[in-house]
Design a protein around this ligand. Structure first.
Ligand code: NAD
Length: 259
Protein backbone atom coordinates (compact mmCIF):
# COMPACT_ATOMS: atom_id res chain seq x y z
CA UNK A 1 0.00 0.00 0.00
CA UNK A 2 1.27 3.48 -0.90
CA UNK A 3 0.75 6.80 0.81
CA UNK A 4 -0.63 9.17 -1.84
CA UNK A 5 -3.97 9.66 -0.07
CA UNK A 6 -3.13 8.24 3.36
CA UNK A 7 -5.42 9.63 6.06
CA UNK A 8 -7.92 11.02 3.53
CA UNK A 9 -11.60 10.16 3.70
CA UNK A 10 -13.34 9.39 0.42
CA UNK A 11 -17.02 8.99 -0.39
CA UNK A 12 -17.50 6.93 -3.56
CA UNK A 13 -20.83 7.23 -5.39
CA UNK A 14 -21.58 4.94 -8.32
CA UNK A 15 -20.29 1.42 -7.78
CA UNK A 16 -22.75 -1.10 -9.25
CA UNK A 17 -20.39 -4.01 -9.88
CA UNK A 18 -16.72 -4.86 -10.39
CA UNK A 19 -16.68 -3.28 -13.87
CA UNK A 20 -17.86 0.13 -12.61
CA UNK A 21 -15.46 3.01 -13.19
CA UNK A 22 -16.11 4.06 -9.58
CA UNK A 23 -14.73 0.69 -8.48
CA UNK A 24 -11.50 1.34 -10.42
CA UNK A 25 -11.09 4.66 -8.63
CA UNK A 26 -12.01 3.11 -5.26
CA UNK A 27 -9.37 0.40 -5.66
CA UNK A 28 -6.68 3.00 -6.44
CA UNK A 29 -7.68 5.16 -3.46
CA UNK A 30 -7.73 2.11 -1.18
CA UNK A 31 -4.30 1.01 -2.40
CA UNK A 32 -2.88 4.43 -1.53
CA UNK A 33 -4.26 4.61 1.97
CA UNK A 34 -7.64 6.42 1.84
CA UNK A 35 -10.56 5.45 4.07
CA UNK A 36 -13.60 4.70 1.93
CA UNK A 37 -17.38 5.02 2.19
CA UNK A 38 -19.66 3.67 -0.57
CA UNK A 39 -23.25 4.17 -1.63
CA UNK A 40 -25.41 1.75 -3.54
CA UNK A 41 -28.36 2.94 -5.58
CA UNK A 42 -30.95 0.38 -4.54
CA UNK A 43 -31.60 -3.20 -3.41
CA UNK A 44 -30.93 -4.47 -6.95
CA UNK A 45 -27.20 -3.70 -6.72
CA UNK A 46 -26.78 -3.90 -2.94
CA UNK A 47 -25.41 -7.47 -2.79
CA UNK A 48 -22.85 -6.94 -5.60
CA UNK A 49 -21.54 -3.79 -3.97
CA UNK A 50 -21.53 -5.32 -0.48
CA UNK A 51 -19.51 -8.30 -1.72
CA UNK A 52 -16.93 -6.08 -3.43
CA UNK A 53 -16.60 -3.81 -0.43
CA UNK A 54 -16.22 -6.79 1.92
CA UNK A 55 -13.29 -7.93 -0.25
CA UNK A 56 -11.40 -4.75 0.69
CA UNK A 57 -11.47 -5.83 4.35
CA UNK A 58 -11.98 -3.60 7.38
CA UNK A 59 -15.11 -1.80 8.47
CA UNK A 60 -16.17 0.16 5.35
CA UNK A 61 -19.56 1.90 5.52
CA UNK A 62 -22.09 1.21 2.78
CA UNK A 63 -25.25 3.35 2.56
CA UNK A 64 -28.25 3.23 0.25
CA UNK A 65 -28.52 6.45 -1.75
CA UNK A 66 -30.49 7.16 -4.90
CA UNK A 67 -29.60 10.73 -5.88
CA UNK A 68 -33.21 11.30 -6.97
CA UNK A 69 -34.33 10.76 -3.37
CA UNK A 70 -33.32 13.91 -1.48
CA UNK A 71 -34.00 12.29 1.91
CA UNK A 72 -31.46 9.54 1.10
CA UNK A 73 -28.85 12.11 0.01
CA UNK A 74 -29.41 14.06 3.25
CA UNK A 75 -29.18 10.88 5.31
CA UNK A 76 -25.95 9.80 3.59
CA UNK A 77 -24.14 13.07 4.23
CA UNK A 78 -25.52 13.24 7.79
CA UNK A 79 -24.11 9.76 8.41
CA UNK A 80 -20.72 10.81 7.00
CA UNK A 81 -20.75 13.92 9.20
CA UNK A 82 -21.67 11.90 12.29
CA UNK A 83 -18.99 9.23 11.78
CA UNK A 84 -16.15 11.09 10.05
CA UNK A 85 -16.84 14.76 10.86
CA UNK A 86 -15.13 15.81 7.62
CA UNK A 87 -14.57 14.66 4.04
CA UNK A 88 -11.57 14.98 1.69
CA UNK A 89 -12.67 13.26 -1.52
CA UNK A 90 -16.00 12.86 -3.32
CA UNK A 91 -16.18 10.59 -6.36
CA UNK A 92 -19.36 11.15 -8.41
CA UNK A 93 -19.44 8.37 -10.99
CA UNK A 94 -23.08 7.99 -11.92
CA UNK A 95 -25.40 8.78 -14.79
CA UNK A 96 -28.66 7.60 -16.26
CA UNK A 97 -30.89 8.15 -19.28
CA UNK A 98 -33.85 6.02 -20.32
CA UNK A 99 -32.72 3.32 -22.78
CA UNK A 100 -35.13 4.55 -25.52
CA UNK A 101 -33.33 7.91 -25.46
CA UNK A 102 -30.00 6.20 -26.21
CA UNK A 103 -30.95 4.86 -29.63
CA UNK A 104 -32.25 6.41 -32.82
CA UNK A 105 -32.18 10.13 -33.34
CA UNK A 106 -31.61 12.86 -30.78
CA UNK A 107 -34.42 15.12 -32.02
CA UNK A 108 -37.00 12.64 -30.75
CA UNK A 109 -35.94 13.18 -27.12
CA UNK A 110 -38.96 13.86 -24.92
CA UNK A 111 -39.03 16.43 -22.13
CA UNK A 112 -39.37 13.62 -19.61
CA UNK A 113 -36.27 11.81 -20.95
CA UNK A 114 -34.37 15.11 -21.00
CA UNK A 115 -35.33 15.95 -17.42
CA UNK A 116 -34.44 12.48 -16.14
CA UNK A 117 -31.04 12.42 -17.86
CA UNK A 118 -30.04 15.91 -16.77
CA UNK A 119 -31.33 15.56 -13.21
CA UNK A 120 -29.55 12.29 -12.48
CA UNK A 121 -26.43 12.81 -14.56
CA UNK A 122 -25.70 16.51 -14.02
CA UNK A 123 -27.78 18.10 -11.25
CA UNK A 124 -26.80 15.35 -8.80
CA UNK A 125 -23.21 16.65 -8.91
CA UNK A 126 -24.39 20.09 -7.81
CA UNK A 127 -26.51 18.56 -5.05
CA UNK A 128 -23.67 16.36 -3.76
CA UNK A 129 -21.11 19.17 -3.97
CA UNK A 130 -23.41 21.36 -1.87
CA UNK A 131 -23.68 18.60 0.72
CA UNK A 132 -19.93 17.92 0.67
CA UNK A 133 -18.88 21.59 1.02
CA UNK A 134 -19.22 21.99 4.81
CA UNK A 135 -17.54 18.63 5.41
CA UNK A 136 -14.65 19.49 3.08
CA UNK A 137 -14.28 22.89 4.71
CA UNK A 138 -13.75 21.05 7.98
CA UNK A 139 -10.94 19.12 6.28
CA UNK A 140 -9.34 22.37 5.06
CA UNK A 141 -10.28 21.59 1.46
CA UNK A 142 -11.14 18.67 -0.77
CA UNK A 143 -11.33 17.14 -4.20
CA UNK A 144 -14.53 16.38 -6.12
CA UNK A 145 -14.24 14.15 -9.18
CA UNK A 146 -16.91 13.32 -11.74
CA UNK A 147 -16.98 11.25 -14.93
CA UNK A 148 -17.81 12.57 -18.36
CA UNK A 149 -17.53 11.54 -22.02
CA UNK A 150 -16.56 13.04 -25.38
CA UNK A 151 -20.25 12.96 -26.39
CA UNK A 152 -20.53 16.29 -24.52
CA UNK A 153 -18.71 18.09 -27.33
CA UNK A 154 -19.14 15.81 -30.36
CA UNK A 155 -22.32 14.31 -31.77
CA UNK A 156 -21.70 10.63 -30.99
CA UNK A 157 -24.26 8.29 -32.55
CA UNK A 158 -26.91 7.15 -30.03
CA UNK A 159 -25.32 9.03 -27.10
CA UNK A 160 -28.00 11.67 -27.71
CA UNK A 161 -29.43 13.31 -24.56
CA UNK A 162 -26.61 11.88 -22.47
CA UNK A 163 -24.24 14.09 -24.48
CA UNK A 164 -26.34 17.10 -23.50
CA UNK A 165 -26.28 15.95 -19.86
CA UNK A 166 -22.48 15.59 -19.99
CA UNK A 167 -22.18 19.11 -21.46
CA UNK A 168 -24.23 20.38 -18.49
CA UNK A 169 -22.08 18.31 -16.15
CA UNK A 170 -18.84 19.77 -17.51
CA UNK A 171 -20.20 23.33 -17.26
CA UNK A 172 -21.26 22.53 -13.69
CA UNK A 173 -17.70 21.40 -12.94
CA UNK A 174 -16.44 24.85 -13.94
CA UNK A 175 -19.09 26.77 -11.97
CA UNK A 176 -18.58 24.58 -8.91
CA UNK A 177 -14.80 24.97 -9.19
CA UNK A 178 -15.23 28.76 -9.24
CA UNK A 179 -17.59 28.72 -6.24
CA UNK A 180 -15.67 26.24 -4.10
CA UNK A 181 -12.09 27.19 -4.98
CA UNK A 182 -11.84 29.82 -2.21
CA UNK A 183 -12.53 26.98 0.27
CA UNK A 184 -9.67 24.99 -1.32
CA UNK A 185 -12.15 22.53 -2.79
CA UNK A 186 -11.16 21.39 -6.29
CA UNK A 187 -13.68 20.09 -8.82
CA UNK A 188 -12.61 18.16 -11.91
CA UNK A 189 -13.97 15.72 -14.46
CA UNK A 190 -12.34 12.73 -16.08
CA UNK A 191 -13.45 12.27 -19.67
CA UNK A 192 -13.07 8.52 -19.99
CA UNK A 193 -12.82 6.57 -23.19
CA UNK A 194 -15.41 3.81 -23.64
CA UNK A 195 -15.35 1.01 -21.06
CA UNK A 196 -17.70 -1.99 -21.10
CA UNK A 197 -19.84 -1.34 -18.02
CA UNK A 198 -23.50 -1.74 -17.16
CA UNK A 199 -24.21 1.90 -18.06
CA UNK A 200 -22.33 1.62 -21.37
CA UNK A 201 -24.44 -1.36 -22.41
CA UNK A 202 -27.44 0.99 -22.47
CA UNK A 203 -25.94 2.94 -25.40
CA UNK A 204 -27.02 1.37 -28.68
CA UNK A 205 -24.03 0.30 -30.84
CA UNK A 206 -21.55 0.58 -27.98
CA UNK A 207 -19.30 -2.24 -29.27
CA UNK A 208 -18.69 -0.37 -32.50
CA UNK A 209 -17.51 2.65 -30.47
CA UNK A 210 -14.94 0.39 -28.75
CA UNK A 211 -13.79 -0.89 -32.14
CA UNK A 212 -13.35 2.57 -33.67
CA UNK A 213 -11.29 3.76 -30.68
CA UNK A 214 -9.06 0.69 -30.95
CA UNK A 215 -8.43 1.46 -34.62
CA UNK A 216 -8.03 5.24 -34.43
CA UNK A 217 -6.72 6.24 -30.98
CA UNK A 218 -3.02 7.15 -30.93
CA UNK A 219 -2.38 4.30 -28.47
CA UNK A 220 -4.39 1.88 -30.70
CA UNK A 221 -6.34 0.43 -27.81
CA UNK A 222 -9.10 1.18 -25.34
CA UNK A 223 -8.47 2.59 -21.89
CA UNK A 224 -8.59 0.31 -18.84
CA UNK A 225 -10.59 0.69 -15.66
CA UNK A 226 -7.27 0.79 -13.74
CA UNK A 227 -5.98 3.70 -15.86
CA UNK A 228 -9.10 5.73 -15.11
CA UNK A 229 -8.76 4.70 -11.46
CA UNK A 230 -5.20 5.99 -11.31
CA UNK A 231 -6.25 9.33 -12.82
CA UNK A 232 -8.97 9.56 -10.16
CA UNK A 233 -6.30 8.88 -7.54
CA UNK A 234 -4.08 11.62 -9.00
CA UNK A 235 -6.92 14.17 -8.99
CA UNK A 236 -7.85 13.20 -5.43
CA UNK A 237 -4.28 13.49 -4.19
CA UNK A 238 -2.21 16.54 -3.35
CA UNK A 239 -0.22 15.93 -6.55
CA UNK A 240 -3.12 17.68 -8.32
CA UNK A 241 -3.35 20.56 -5.81
CA UNK A 242 -3.14 23.18 -8.57
CA UNK A 243 -5.77 21.66 -10.85
CA UNK A 244 -9.44 22.63 -10.72
CA UNK A 245 -12.31 23.16 -13.16
CA UNK A 246 -10.66 20.82 -15.67
CA UNK A 247 -11.85 18.03 -17.91
CA UNK A 248 -8.99 15.53 -18.21
CA UNK A 249 -9.20 13.02 -21.05
CA UNK A 250 -8.23 9.45 -20.26
CA UNK A 251 -9.03 7.91 -23.61
CA UNK A 252 -5.73 6.70 -25.14
CA UNK A 253 -5.70 10.02 -27.01
CA UNK A 254 -8.79 9.35 -29.13
CA UNK A 255 -10.22 12.87 -28.77
CA UNK A 256 -7.22 14.54 -30.47
CA UNK A 257 -7.50 12.61 -33.72
CA UNK A 258 -8.81 14.29 -36.90
CA UNK A 259 -9.59 12.65 -40.21
P1 NAD B 1 -21.95 1.72 -14.09
O1 NAD B 1 -23.25 1.20 -14.60
O2 NAD B 1 -21.03 0.73 -13.49
O3 NAD B 1 -22.15 2.91 -13.07
C1 NAD B 1 -23.23 3.81 -13.18
C2 NAD B 1 -23.72 4.04 -11.77
O4 NAD B 1 -24.73 5.04 -11.75
C3 NAD B 1 -24.35 2.77 -11.15
O5 NAD B 1 -23.67 2.45 -9.96
C4 NAD B 1 -25.77 3.19 -10.86
O6 NAD B 1 -26.29 2.59 -9.71
C5 NAD B 1 -25.58 4.70 -10.69
N1 NAD B 1 -26.84 5.44 -10.76
C6 NAD B 1 -27.69 5.58 -11.82
N2 NAD B 1 -28.77 6.29 -11.44
C7 NAD B 1 -28.59 6.61 -10.13
C8 NAD B 1 -29.36 7.29 -9.16
N3 NAD B 1 -30.56 7.81 -9.45
N4 NAD B 1 -28.86 7.43 -7.91
C9 NAD B 1 -27.67 6.89 -7.57
N5 NAD B 1 -26.89 6.23 -8.44
C10 NAD B 1 -27.36 6.09 -9.69
O7 NAD B 1 -21.27 2.43 -15.36
P2 NAD B 1 -19.97 3.34 -15.49
O8 NAD B 1 -19.61 3.28 -16.92
O9 NAD B 1 -18.98 2.98 -14.46
O10 NAD B 1 -20.54 4.80 -15.21
C11 NAD B 1 -19.95 5.69 -14.29
C12 NAD B 1 -19.80 7.07 -14.88
O11 NAD B 1 -18.82 7.04 -15.90
C13 NAD B 1 -21.07 7.62 -15.53
O12 NAD B 1 -21.16 9.02 -15.25
C14 NAD B 1 -20.80 7.41 -17.00
O13 NAD B 1 -21.55 8.30 -17.82
C15 NAD B 1 -19.33 7.74 -17.03
N6 NAD B 1 -18.61 7.31 -18.23
C16 NAD B 1 -18.67 6.01 -18.64
C17 NAD B 1 -17.99 5.63 -19.77
C18 NAD B 1 -18.05 4.21 -20.27
O14 NAD B 1 -17.76 3.95 -21.45
N7 NAD B 1 -18.41 3.24 -19.43
C19 NAD B 1 -17.22 6.56 -20.49
C20 NAD B 1 -17.18 7.87 -20.04
C21 NAD B 1 -17.87 8.23 -18.90
Amino acid sequence: MGQLVAGKKALILGVANKRSIAWGIAQALHREGASLWFNYQNERVKDYVAELVAGLGGDIPLTECDVMKPEQVDALFEAVAARWGSLDILVHSLAFAPREALEGEFYTTTLEQWNTALAISAYSLVLCARQAKPLMEKAGGGSIITLTYLGSERAVKSYNVMGVAKAALEASVRYLAADLGPANIRVNAISAGPVKTLAAKGVSGFSSILKVVEEKAPLRRNVTQAEIGNTGLFLASDLASGITGEVIFVDCGYHIVGV
